[in-house]
Design a protein around this ligand. Sequence first.
Ligand code: GLY
Length: 450
Amino acid sequence: MSNVLLIGNGAREHVIAETILRSRHNPVIFSYMKSNNPGIAALSEKILIGDYNDLKGIKKFSRDCNIDFAVIGPEDPLNNGVVDSLREMDIPCVGPTKSLSRLETSKSFTRELLQKYNIPGNPAFKIFSSMEGIDDFLGELGEIVIKPDGLTGGKGVRVQGDHFHTKDEALQYCREILEEHPYVVIDEKLEGEEFSLQCLCDGKTVIATPPVQDHKRRFIDDKGPNTGGMGSYSCEDHSLPFMNLGDAAEGLKITQKVAEAIHKETGEYYRGVMYGGFIITKDGVRLLEYNARFGDPEAMNILPLLKTDFIDICNAIIEGTLDNLNIEFEKKATVCKYVVPKGYGLPEDHPDAKSTSDKIEVDNVKDAKLYYSSVDNREDGLYMTTSRAIGVVGIAGDVEKAERMAELAVSSIKGPVDHRPDIGTKPLIEKRIDHMKEIKEAERVNKNAK
Ligand code: GLY
């Protein structure tokens, strides 16, 4: 029997909890959450609600619960050094130390790591600690992406054409970043289709899980502001319809090299999840960013398909024996849709913007899976708490069936909610395929003209 500490309170941690409990080792879950997720609470022996920066509180809870190892869901506790703290008590973790989680928390660290160890995948980029040289660099590039160096809850990255248009606006945003952060990273803007590759890593061996495509924009047809992710899909052949055979392999190769490089750089083995956000461009696969954890929603696509015992995987990550494990996933398609408050992501002056904390009712979701995220289970019922509320997942033999299953589940959640009906549908997936074809065709024409 294993006593597992699970840190986190989102839908990602709800699916992690469910996956832990499928183990043949009869694990028991003790959950440390920022707010009470009823789905996780129902699967836990004991819960404690507290801040992710209360490392003393987390240590005491772990001692009281006789924890064998911990699984860390979100980036904030990683960035606060929870793994380092638990290690002081000889509690091993699935999740990197504070230093290694710089892979996610410091965009400059990751870009420089790839550059120093000659790992392919970086776009043209430069890191600045002052405004000196930024103007000249902007003159060298076409469109750009500006990133603060540090955690910003997914809100810091600004893309030219979407969030700003002119050079003056770019310079102004760089100035604002440098007032709060030590560095600003400027990347060349890449055009292509994105995929998430969540890799399991014990520091030496890196194993890819099936690729997933997330949908960050709030509204149908990829309109509106960026969100944490409105939903995602994966395919039964463990590829994505716009990918070539080698694309996921390329992402894995980059991640394997990064695992080796980060060990050389720090002397520490990275034990946890290395989730690469990749983009397939006219020149091949490029790295947008790494996250030091499972994706949310992407964890909901891959973990329900996992055939291998998750506790065996956690032990192998901790002991450095992932190379001995055959990790398998069911050959099924998945479509995840997030149900959100109607006002989620809307500008403050929008008439619906206030409706983010209303009551909802969940009927029978039939064959779909349901994972709670930002909800509050009060005496008089279930309330949303401003952010993404519930993830529903359809799992079937193909994406079309999985999408229908997810849609049916969405319709069983009643209240002032919204979701993206287009995620996982044929027209949207065909748009992705056509986009990729156009990019490759333009490159072919361009090369022939030279
Ligand atoms: N799906 C985006 C993230 O987990 O950061």
